[in-house]
Write a protein that binds this ligand. Structure first.
Ligand code: AMP
Length: 778
């Protein structure tokens, strides 16, 4: 039978567990319960690169730090330009190089290891693949599904990326479970009787993150009331503090100042420097861990540092618990603040908390435990027996429950969850479940979800801690009556910083040609349109959005948000040419042409990534990228081929009876040619076809038809602003048409007197600078 397991995919360490009768943490191929989340990628001649994962990769970190990636979880679902990623790059903690991914959006991350580029998802997939393979070895069966834990702070993009990693590793994710909730399950808090509600604070202090979660447990339900913590605070930061202390002490011992010692390290040959920093980090971590049990520890690194004269410099520093506590004082203060903020956020006080559950390796540090005991009282603070495995255990328990298999409370045998009685001992399962309830974990929105309004203000769509699933629909007004594009930008605010979770674009075809900004003004409602925007978050925290025009529900767009993939790259390209057009201030027809192209491009971009599989249609991607580049060039040349087509086609439809059939045919051919090259050809071919069409339209036989078409356009432009003028123009048109119907040759003489006015109206319209509106307001 295929197995379902629980996986703690940690920043520093990962672990897997399964629940049979009891929960068992699974040993990996090396015989350890914990697999370091570390991947080395080794280049091989003429063959695919080799991936080394876990403890062996940690060993390779010493020899090939540039090909080894640790803490990939810090990068998953993030943007290259995110402050956190840039900070990580500057911190020197990363041994390998990062760049913007050449295939995803300019913002997605590429990790350069083993001579190739990998996405954080691909690297995480290697860790998951090892966990899956090792679990299969121990269980002797295929592992098909897993509950994978993620930090409570993960946003939608990071969760989606985690799912992608699992899919790449051949795992089906039955649930992404917040780590603190998993930890709480492993403490057995779901055993609380239905009439005995409890509030617990899960304090999960791991290698890379501090996750705080306030949970209410009652009636067979675990409800997240609030979350907090810091995604960038963990054991690694503590190691960093110890390293700084060790360098200060070493400098002291050598009678030099700290800066000179750091300069010495910086001047070392890169390979040697990396080895030194790696050894220093390992020694600092080892000392930290032993200080959790003993009063003193030493940090020794020999033979890897030399002074300016090439003489060896030994690093040998003693550290005691009191010194560590001193070093950690600011960190401990921050921890205290984060805990208090969380309580304040949820309108709780410390005395209302029943238990504080400590999980994660860093929660073993005595002074961390002391802080929590001071805040809550010693009796409430419970340390997990296996703090580094608690999360995997909780995930395994949920995974087992979701697999639909139930453990009979009477005999321990397996039964399906909806069976009324145990097939082994006939125990009344239905009644038992009714009384005790099946634990149902109710998730809550991890963050506030905002949409950006015109002038950069924000509107709250979903409030943090709203129970999931949830949905919010709000009506917004477009900023302009003639607006043809709506750019919806969604984001979270995490630790006071805005984090984009994706954009959505909607193109509005005002059901008129590209030349018709004036027509739109004349024919459409004078009030700006309204758009209904819905944001849904399902129980797995997956965010999807929908937008539809009020009164025109067929004008709509929906989807999961763009996630740093090919579609986002195209939207960014499109946005950049629109921004440029806006800055340069193009005139009416150029803007109308650009908007018409943008609408088509938006429709196509929505088809580039398969929503279900995430696959990119490479051909379509290239075609759209070319179309965007062409649209930019045409706008820059202040040209408007689509406007020309529209003009010629209006002439033929409205005044065809006044044009010689042979000439009509020639115009049609040139229009068809222009359409074709505009769609498929180069920019130069389009310009050429446009000139050819213009030449045909210069035919003297078309003079009156031009006049009529121009009068009609002018009429539409004046329709609202100068109705009297529009009426006069209309009368002139009617006269020519009446004469033509009476068999007279249409003559310009009949409209000679109004043409200067018509030309002035058209000229003014053509020259006016158009702003491209994209925003919404409440
Ligand atoms: P986790 O993310 O829960 O696997 O925790 C990993 C972090 O816990 C690493 O930074 C370890 O250095 C740290 N750690 C593990 N055991 C201990 C310990 N006994 N005392 C202090 N820190 C520890």
């Amino acid at each position: 039978m295929k197995k379902s397991i629980g996986i703690d995919l940690g920043t520093t360490n990962s672990a897997a567990a399964i629940k049979k009768i009891r929960v068992e943490v699974l040993k990996n191929a090396e015989g350890d319960f914990i697999t370091p989340s570390c991947v080395t990628v080794r280049k091989r001649l003429m063959r695919k690169p080799e991936f080394i994962v876990g403890r062996h990769a940690l060993e390779w970190l010493r020899q090939e730090p540039e090909n080894t990636i640790t803490a990939v979880k810090r990068l998953i679902g993030r943007n290259f330009h995110d402050q956190e990623v840039q900070d990580l790059l500057k911190s020197g903690r990363l041994h390998c190089s990062l760049s913007a991914h050449s295939h995803g959006s300019h913002n997605s991350i590429a990790i350069q290891v083993g001579g190739r580029e990998f996405s954080p998802e691909e690297i995480s997939a290697q860790i998951l693949a090892k966990i899956k393979a090792d679990a299969e070895r121990v269980l002797g069966d295929e592992v098909a599904t897993a509950v994978i834990t993620v930090p409570a702070y993960f946003n939608d993009k990071q969760k989606h990326a985690t799912r992608t990693a699992a899919a790449l590793a051949g795992l089906k994710v039955s649930r992404l479970l917040p780590e603190p909730t998993a930890a709480a399950i492993s403490f057995g808090v779901d055993q609380v009787a239905s009439d005995e509600g409890k509030t617990v604070l899960v304090f999960d202090f791991g290698g890379g993150t501090l996750d705080l979660s306030l949970l209410a447990i009652s009636g067979g339900q675990i409800i997240e009331i609030a979350k907090g913590g810091d995604m960038w605070l963990g054991g690694e930061d503590i190691d960093g503090l110890i390293i700084s202390h060790v360098l200060r002490e070493t400098a002291d011992q050598e009678g030099m100042d700290d800066i000179r010692l750091r300069a010495l390290i910086a001047r070392q040959e890169p390979g040697q420097r990396n080895r030194l920093l790696t050894e220093l980090k390992l020694a600092a971590e080892k000392a930290k861990i032993s200080l959790s049990n003993s009063p003193e520890a030493s940090i020794v690194v020999l033979g890897l540092l030399e002074d300016e004269d090439g003489d060896p410099l030994a690093i040998e520093v003693e550290l005691c618990q009191e010194q560590l506590e001193e070093l950690l004082a600011p960190t401990l203060e921050l921890v205290r603040c984060l805990v208090r903020n969380l309580l304040a956020d949820a309108h709780f006080t410390a005395d209302l908390i029943d238990h504080v559950l400590l999980v994660g390796g860093s929660s073993r540090i005595p002074c961390v435990i002391k802080i929590l005991q001071q805040e809550f009282g010693a009796d409430k603070v419970l340390l997990h027996e296996r703090p580094m495995l608690a999360v995997a255990e909780g995930a395994a328990i949920l995974s087992h429950r979701l697999s639909g298999v139930l453990e009979c409370p009477a005999c321990g045998g397996e039964a399906t969850q909806n069976s009324p009685a145990c097939p082994h001992c006939k125990f009344d399962l239905e009644n038992y479940n009714l009384q005790h309830g099946l634990v149902d974990i109710v998730h809550a929105a991890a963050h506030d979800y905002f949409i950006r309004l015109e002038n950069n203000s924000r509107f709250l769509l979903i409030k943090k801690n709203t129970p999931l699933p949830c949905s919010s629909t709000e009506i917004f007004q477009l900023v302009d009556a003639e607006q043809e594009l709506v750019h919806m930008q969604f984001y979270n605010v995490v630790n006071g910083r805005e984090e984009s979770i994706g954009d959505l674009w909607l193109g509005i075809d005002h059901d008129s040609g590209p030349a018709s900004t004036a027509e739109t003004a004349a024919g459409m409602a004078e009030e700006p349109l309204r758009v209904a925007i819905t944001l849904d978050i399902d129980e797995n925290n997956l965010v999807s959005v929908r937008a539809a025009l009020c009164g025109q529900p067929e004008v709509k767009v929906s989807g999961t948000l763009s996630r740093g993939k090919a579609d986002e790259k195209l939207f960014l390209l499109l946005e950049s040419i629109i921004n440029e057009a806006d800055q340069k201030g193009y005139s009416t027809y150029t803007v109308a042409d650009l908007l018409c192209r943008a609408r088509g491009i938006i429709r196509s971009i929505h088809q580039v990534v398969d929503e279900r599989t995430g696959e990119v249609n490479e051909n379509l991607f290239r075609q759209i990228a070319e179309k965007i580049s062409k649209a930019g060039k045409i706008a820059e040349a202040e040209e408007a081929p689509l406007t020309r087509i529209y003009y010629a086609e209006s002439m033929l439809t409205d005044y065809g009876m006044l044009i010689e059939p042979a000439l009509q045919m020639q115009i049609r051919k040139k229009v068809a040619r222009l359409r074709e090259v505009d769609e498929e050809g180069t920019c130069e071919e389009t310009m050429q076809a446009m000139e050819e069409l213009a030449k045909i339209l210069e035919n003297p036989g078309l003079e009156a038809v031009h006049a009529l078409t121009q009068i009609e356009s002018a009429c539409e432009i004046c329709h609202r602003s100068e109705p009297d003028k529009a009426k006069r123009f209309m009368r002139a048109t009617a006269e020519i048409l009446a004469a033509a119907e009476a068999g007279e040759e249409p003559s310009l003489a009949q409209v000679q007197n109004i043409m200067p006015e018509v030309e002035e109206v058209l000229d003014q319209h053509a020259r006016s600078i158009q702003k491209i509106h994209r925003g919404i307001r409440k």
